[in-house]
Design a protein around this ligand. Structure first.
Ligand SMILES: [Mn+2]
Length: 445
């Protein structure tokens, strides 16, 4: 986009300039075509920009009004015109940044209408508009989702609402959002239950709400197959905020929920760094837990602030944290349909138009550098070798007979007595392993 319609004036195409570049509007580490561990960097990372924080959020917080320069938020009497203006700026940004994907909620791209029919027609119109921009720029859809938390009807949840009529409206909305995602060739569809939880147990029937949520997700699975959507369904865990407690608390909780309700094999996880910290976990823990359960789907890269407990959604800047997450992802075979979505927002005082570029460029270079370190850790196999040797006993006859069920407690008592089993403790080597990670990060070029 050029000329009068250009929104991010003064910023051109962002390109790779190498680690020694001093120009903040270049990539120092993200070199899309560079082959790392057998794949182009772009194909490993599958980077996406999120529509909501970047183009919808005005910079408002609970204490004050919007601060960001988002002229389309002054909707006036032409809400679709404003939505088109916002979308043009969004695709200008995606194209200049050079990220291959974007993500959206239905209400990010198309505003609510006065009636359900008008709301649906607006979404259809904006899906057509998006298809045009995608064809023009080559930007693809990593995932779509439905906003089931902003409208007042969802104050007590969507699928877990005490009123089945709210469930019905949410179901209609998700059917349409899934169809929109399918129409745009989305690689995944995400379910984030922003208000699927409770504020107080005094008015909450936990058993009913869990059954409702399971039924809702089964309906989404059914609809996915009915319309032939080939992408992956993902649940995004978060423990709290805005609710006091959210049912999709963390990766392990969702894994148990999926098993309990016969949904394993149909749904995987979209893991967010800041949601991990809200749950009292490291991001590394959440990614490793999902990988161990075979539920790794996609990630939302961001960070919180160590000095408060909020979901601040800041741009990631820790190469170490991202290296550990990417190490688990690469060790599990890498992303299939998933990728790295920057679920990130500017600070409220970052109100210059090019601040959105600075936030994303820093984040992209952080994950690119982490990819180099993680690939190097995987290629040399140093960590994997330690882990393999640590469990080597389980590959021997004793370990095998324990795991295949042929030994009982009594058999093991006999073995201990007769064979004189008397194991000695061995070093877990944590500090040494931490040094190995540091070395690979330092040397990643
Ligand atoms: Mn967040």
């Amino acid at each position: 986009m050029t000329g009068a319609d250009e929104f991010f004036t003064g910023v051109g195409q962002i390109s790779y300039a190498g680690p020694d570049s001093d120009d903040p509007l270049t990539f120092r580490w993200y070199d899309a075509d560079r082959v790392v561990a057998g794949k182009r960097m772009e194909d490993h990372l599958r980077l996406a920009v999120c529509y909501w924080h970047s183009f919808v959020w005005s910079g408002s917080d609970v204490f004050g009004a919007g601060t960001l320069d988002r002229p389309w938020n002054a909707v006036g009497d032409d809400p679709l015109g404003a939505a088109r203006q916002k979308m043009a700026a969004a695709f200008e940004f995606f194209a200049k940044l050079g990220t291959p994907f974007f993500c959206f909620h239905d209400r990010d791209i198309a505003p609510d209408g006065a009636t359900p029919a008008e709301t649906a027609a607006r979404l259809d119109a904006m899906v057509d508009e998006a298809a045009g921009h995608m064809a023009r720029t080559g930007v693809r859809l990593l995932w779509g989702t439905a906003n089931l938390f902003s409208h007042p009807r969802y104050a007590a949840g969507a699928a877990t609402n005490p009123d089945p009529e709210v469930f019905a409206v949410a179901a209609a909305q998700v059917a349409h959002a899934l169809e929109a995602t399918h129409a745009l060739g989305g690689a995944n569809y995400v379910l984030w239950g922003g208000r699927e939880g409770y504020e107080t147990l005094l008015n909450t029937d936990l058993a009913r709400e869990e059954a409702q949520l399971a039924r809702f997700i089964h309906m989404v699975v059914e609809h996915k197959h009915r319309i032939g959507f080939q992408g992956t369904l993902l649940i995004e865990p978060k423990p709290a905020e805005p609710t006091k407690h959210q049912y999709d608390h963390d990766a392990a909780t969702v894994a148990g929920f999926l098993d309990r309700h016969g949904l394993a094999g149909e749904v995987r996880l979209n893991l967010e760094a800041n949601h991990a910290t809200l749950a009292g976990h490291s991001f590394h823990h959440e990614v490793a837990t999902a990988a161990a359960a075979g539920l790794l789907g996609s990630i939302d890269a961001n960070r919180g602030d160590a000095q408060n407990g909020w979901d601040t959604d800041q741009f990631p800047n820790s190469v170490e944290e991202c290296t550990l997450a990417l190490y688990e992802i690469l060790s599990a075979g890498g992303f299939t349909t998933g990728g790295i979505n920057f679920d990130t927002k500017l600070r409220r005082q970052s109100m210059a138009r090019d601040d959105l570029f600075h936030g994303h460029i820093g984040a992209i270079d952080t994950v690119a550098r982490a990819l180099l370190a993680a690939a190097s850790l995987v290629e040399t196999g140093e960590l994997a070798r330690f882990r393999h040797e640590r469990y080597a006993g389980w590959d021997g006859p004793l370990g095998a007979r324990i795991l295949d069920g042929s030994h009982t407690l009594v058999d093991l008592r006999d073995r201990v007595d007769e064979d004189g089993i008397d194991p000695s403790p061995r070093s877990g080597r944590q500090e040494l392993l931490e040094q190995i990670v540091s070395r690979h990060i330092e040397r990643a070029r």
